[in-house]
Design a protein around this ligand. Structure first.
Ligand code: NAD
Length: 270
């Protein structure tokens, strides 16, 4: 069977370079091109060399539509506005799209989800096996405990990160809400400062730390009188996200159009 032709949008970014490396090291997939926005100093550079690999002669371009036209699957770890545009291109060309971009507004998400009617879109706020397992565990623990247990999600990331709480923290908070059978947005407490009053029973709280080069650490706490359960995931490096994203692209081959997530890819559904 021929390799899945995979294009990388944002191929010069931190995740983009990881993705190029991961595809190159994975059986069944091959890099067919990559793009960066027009004017980027990376345009014209060898995509593999920029990822620290042997040069391949495939040069970074700025024609995103052309990339979708030649790719079987495109992987997108860029920025919210870019991911909406990429979802539309995927819908028009019938290309599989794997989106790892976080910080999407509800409106952006609605636009992307609509594109899933025409092509396969796999989205994951965190593409690692470990975090998706953590989400499942969180859902199960939240279902077993009542709201005497206060749920707090604590996350830490490197100082470059632009969105907060992280997409993964929200994924975990939503898993906890689903386990409790409550609507996340009505119980989420996304930031505390000053005289906030006592904690509201049933809230799901978030705490955000930023600093250094921390790849991503998440803890879900269930705190009651005199006892506390904590479940933690620590990412050692970004390759775990790239591995999950490439696995998602290969998994998506031949699937009917629709919106999928990493639970589908990893077979961790209920
Ligand atoms: P980064 O800033 O290093 O890279 C983003 C890249 O996208 C840059 O090279 C930028 O030039 C490029 N880009 C932006 N707009 C573009 C466009 N329209 N067309 C082509 N390229 C474009 O950021 P990063 O650390 O690699 O993270 C990118 C995104 O991935 C963030 O939203 C981050 O939160 C998310 N992320 C998700 C996961 C996950 O598992 N889902 C893991 C890590 C990071």
């Amino acid at each position: 069977m021929s390799d899945l032709k995979i294009g990388i949008v944002g191929c010069a970014g931190r995740m983009g370079r990881m993705l190029v490396k991961q595809v190159t090291q994975t059986d069944g997939g091959t890099i067919c091109g990559g793009v960066e926005p027009a004017g980027s100093p990376c345009i014209g550079q060898d995509i593999h060399a920029l990822a620290g690999l042997e040069p391949s002669g495939i040069l970074i371009a700025d024609d995103t539509k052309a990339l979708f036209d030649v790719s079987d699957a495109v992987i997108d770890f860029t920025a919210p506005a870019a991911s909406i545009a990429h979802a539309k291109l995927a819908a028009d060309s019938g290309t599989i799209l794997v989106i790892g971009t976080t910080g999407l507004s509800d409106d952006a998400q609605t636009e992307i989800t609509a594109c899933g009617e025409k092509t396969v879109i796999v989205q994951g706020a965190n593409m690692s096996l470990g975090v998706n397992l953590l989400a499942q565990l969180t859902k199960k623990v939240a279902a077993l405990l009542d709201d005497e247990f206060d749920i707090e999600v604590v996350e830490m990331h490197h100082h470059h990160k632009v969105d907060a709480p992280s997409g993964t923290a929200l994924l975990l908070g939503k898993a906890a809400a689903a386990g409790r059978g409550v609507e996340h947005d009505t119980v989420a407490d996304r930031g505390r400062d000053g005289i906030t009053g006592a904690r509201k029973r049933g809230d799901i709280g978030y705490a955000v730390l930023r600093g250094g080069n921390v790849v991503g650490e998440h803890t879900v706490m269930f705190a009651a009188e005199n006892e506390r359960i904590e479940i933690t995931h620590k990412a050692g490096d970004r390759s775990i996200f790239a591995r999950g994203a490439v696995r998602a692209a290969l998994w998506a081959k031949g699937k009917p159009a629709g919106n999928y997530d990493m639970m589908d890819v990893l077979g961790l559904g209920d």
